[in-house]
Design a protein around this ligand. Structure first.
Ligand code: MLT
Ligand code: MN
Ligand code: ZN
Length: 306
């Protein structure tokens, strides 16, 4: 299986257009050693076949496609390597890119949960707007552990797991979470059985998610914030990371403790990194701590081959 990180940053990207935090300002000035990153998306395919499933449609998708020749095959006058799209939630950073795919000649095959479909037809009616262009062919993501495949993406099985997370601010159930607001995705190569667990928004530990992470050869999980109060300490927000569906890396019960508990053979990657997170600075002590723990920080263009 091949996974390619199209965008490793959280909403806003890195640097964020209006942000002067130490990372964003330092990257612009060239005084912080870090790579720019676009907003959250990966694509994946099995070992055979040329077409990919896009997981999350980032506002930066056009830039991401330009940077990824494998997504632009030339088999016809109009062509794409994107066979279908899976959404893990209905947030802006994961769904706005759907607008950019509107020139398709046929409805876009789209997998998302019932609650996310509701968010994207009511609170933020992208799917209603898209119906005036290519339209989408919606497939409801099963939450009962059943696997599914994306036609055209051979040798890759997908499975969704409901997570504790937070629906987008425009969601009809923002304050009343329901299963399916937010999912993690297990991607399995059907030939080798090797698998990855992808969860860019993971708000809390649970036995179910822990089991999914243990079963995977590689985990690509929420790297949004280092500290739970990161946005509060900077004066950018009054909300903790946990309260908006992102488990911080540091501190008791944080992601570092969780990852330390996984088998040594598990490849561990943090993804969906907010621009305020010190791990983006390659010379920071926080990044050195990740290195010591064998935890990788995803970047745009990163390839994971399993
Ligand atoms: C989140 O996951 O909380 C988002 O990145 C929010 C956003 O897209 O603004
Ligand atoms: Mn996000
Ligand atoms: Zn910033």
């Amino acid at each position: 299986m091949h996974i390619r990180v199209l965008g490793a940053a959280a909403g806003g990207g890195f640097p964020q257009w209006n942000c002067n935090c130490a990372n964003c300002a330092g990257l612009r000035a060239g005084t912080v050693r870090a790579r720019a990153r676009t907003q959250s998306s990966i694509c994946a395919k099995g070992d055979t076949g040329d077409d990919w499933v896009l997981v999350n449609a980032s506002p930066d998708i056009l830039e991401q496609i330009k940077a990824t020749p494998a997504l632009q095959p030339g088999r016809g006058p109009r062509d794409t390597g994107i066979a279908g799209v899976v959404l893990v939630d209905g947030q802006v950073d994961h769904s706005t890119g759907l607008y950019m795919l509107r020139e398709r000649g046929a409805p876009l095959p789209l997998w998302c949960t019932g609650p996310v479909h509701e968010d994207l037809t009511q609170g933020n009616p992208i799917l209603r707007v898209l119906s005036h262009f290519c339209g989408v062919a919606h497939h409801e993501l099963p939450l009962d552990g059943r696997g599914f495949e994306v036609p055209g993406v051979s040798g890759l099985a997908l499975r969704a797991l409901a997570l504790v997370g937070k629906a987008a601010p425009y969601s009809p159930h923002r304050e009343h979470p329901v299963p399916g607001d937010n999912i993690g995705l297990t991607l399995t190569d059907t030939a080798s059985g090797r698998s990855a667990f992808y969860a860019p928004g993971l708000g809390a530990h649970s036995p179910e998610v822990d089991a999914a992470m243990r079963a995977a050869d590689c985990v690509m999980v929420d790297g949004t914030f280092w500290r739970d109060d990161e946005m509060i300490a900077l004066g950018f927000s009054r909300k903790t990371g946990r309260s908006i569906g992102h488990l911080p890396q540091s501190g008791p019960g944080g992601m570092l403790e969780w990852l330390a508990d996984l088998p040594a053979r598990t490849r561990k990657v943090l993804i969906h990194i907010n621009n305020t997170n010190p791990i983006l600075d390659e010379d920071s002590p926080e990044r050195a701590e990740l290195d010591r723990r064998g935890i990788e920080v995803a970047f745009d263009g990163m390839e994971v081959v399993l």
